[in-house]
Design a protein around this ligand. Structure first.
Ligand SMILES: NC(=O)c1ccc[n+]([C@@H]2O[C@H](COP(=O)([O-])OP(=O)(O)OC[C@H]3O[C@@H](n4cnc5c(N)ncnc54)[C@H](OP(=O)(O)O)[C@@H]3O)[C@@H](O)[C@H]2O)c1
Length: 242
């Protein structure tokens, strides 16, 4: 190990760096939302929108995601190049679930630890996000300060009080029998900062970026530095020019 990396692992320095970076994390919810705020039906997303999946993949690269157990179990595979924190009330039962065992098949323990953590509350998930971010800060593959709140309905709702921004793909579709819904976006708390069509046909998709207003109802760009410029650039890069 080099002198430099030895110095990096001094416990007090690690702790100072970890505290230093706790404050810089930003929570960003990403959701695809159909008419009447529909998110899901019977445990899955009731539309097929490959361009939105590509957008999601682009924007979430090298980021930490927080998601509910039901959303994780709805995935076709475990996301690579990201760290997913899964929230469940029963961690032991989670690891014993047939769907979870199938999702992790072919991965060894190191790969699993690199890709996921499992926590028993949203508060512990936030603490885990801070720990994973700090632990990877000086690695070869550091993770973004933007922590992605990836759903589903229960997790968006519970993490809304700490959510600094929303990236919403509006899906022009009526979903009959939807059973999971996105939070109402309150214009008193969020300002639409960017909007761009991702696809016009066959299914209209429009990406929106909502920034949280400060408690006085002012746009957060009044306080410097503004984290959202960096995020907005990432969104623009992930949106194809139509
Ligand atoms: N359109 C989109 O962008 C989008 C994105 C994500 C998901 N979805 C859809 O949303 C649906 C799933 O959403 P959902 O609201 O039903 O479920 P969810 O939020 O994905 O997961 C709910 C589960 O998370 C755990 N959980 C939630 N809060 C917790 C807490 N405070 N402490 C401990 N555990 C907690 C519980 O797991 P246990 O039961 O194990 O305790 C709970 O059953 C699916 O249809 C999915 O396809 C859509």
């Amino acid at each position: 190990m080099s002198q430099k990396s030895n110095a990096m692992t001094e416990p007090h320095q690690q702790q100072a760096k970890s505290l230093d970076h706790q404050v810089s994390l930003k929570f960003v919810a990403i959701a695809a939302v159909a008419n009447q705020n529909a998110l899901g039906k019977e445990g899955s997303i009731p539309w097929h929108a490959p361009n939105d999946l590509k957008f999601f993949k682009n924007i979430t690269q090298n980021k930490i995601l927080i998601m509910g157990r039901k959303t994780f179990e709805s995935l076709p595979y475990v996301f690579k190049n990201r760290h997913s924190i899964i929230v469940t009330s029963d961690v032991k039962k989670f690891w014993e679930s047939a769907k979870v065992i199938q999702l992790f098949s072919g991965l060894n323990q190191n790969q699993i630890s690199e890709l996921v953590s499992v926590e028993s509350s949203v508060e512990k998930a936030i603490q885990r996000a801070q720990a994973v971010y700090s632990a990877r800060l000086y690695s070869q593959a550091p993770l973004s300060q933007f922590i992605i709140v990836a759903g589903g309905g229960q997790i968006y709702k519970q993490l809304l009080p700490v959510t600094d921004a929303l990236i919403v793909t509006q899906v022009g579709l009526d979903v009959s029998g939807a059973d999971t819904f996105f939070v109402e976006i309150d214009p008193a708390h969020y300002q639409l900062a960017f909007e761009q069509a991702l696809q016009k046909t066959p299914l209209p998709l429009t990406v929106q970026f909502w920034k949280k207003l400060d408690p006085k109802g002012l746009a957060s760009h009044t306080s410097a530095p503004d984290f959202s410029d960096d995020l907005l650039n990432q969104i623009k890069q992930a949106c194809p020019i139509l």
